[in-house]
Design a protein around this ligand. Sequence first.
Ligand code: NI
Length: 265
Amino acid sequence: MLIDTHCHLSFNAFDDDWKNAVKRAQKKDVQMVCVGAARATSEKSVTIAEESDGVFASIGMHPTHVLDEEFDVAWFSKQARNPKVVAIGETGVDHYHLDEARKGEILAKQDVLLKQHLQIAKENNLPVILHTRDGKTESTGEAYNHLIRVLKEFGYYKGVVHCFGGDWETAQQLLDLGLMISFTGIVTFKNASESLREVVKNVPADRFMVETDAPYLAPEPFRGKQNEPSYVEHVARGIALIRGEDYDTLASQTTKNARTFFNLS
Ligand code: NI
């Protein structure tokens, strides 16, 4: 059994096919956390989770939507109490998809948005799912530094940095704060960076999880196709290969990590 800790079945790419995607995952004994990125996709994530066995929801607003809609704290706080909601997010910092001329203003708004999520997570004792992406002209790791600064200002570290793509030094900083990290199908790509492989090799067995980030980032041998939770096995196999570990041991360890982290029964 595996848990895909981050997929977006609530996105338009799946439309009504999310039901079939869930069935294909169930057939492979894969459970999942369906992650919202704005109010509508969060609402749909909750619906999908309520209608499906082995599917849980995370609700939040992605930093790239900071100018698109007002973050409705009351609505998200209420939804957070739904027993099928196991996390808050995804949220975080994104230096990539923004109007460079308004960068300072937008990043300041992302700080506020992230802290609003941290507050809801803290009030409900839920973990938070964190996104980071460096700007086009920035040096590597700027977004991680930004994320770490905001987390320290607020003081809540029950979280996972999803789709981790930083170096080992950055990973250690996050782990030292108490955060988890998770890996996507990028670890299966032939051109995966040496620094990512180093992180996969070095991260302690109880501090990472697997995810698809479906519909994006399909792992090998499905690279380029629409990703889905049933493919998460290939992410776990890629990690086992890099770490030189037995697949079954790794699969049960990462499942245990996800169960503990999201408090799944
Ligand atoms: Ni995502």
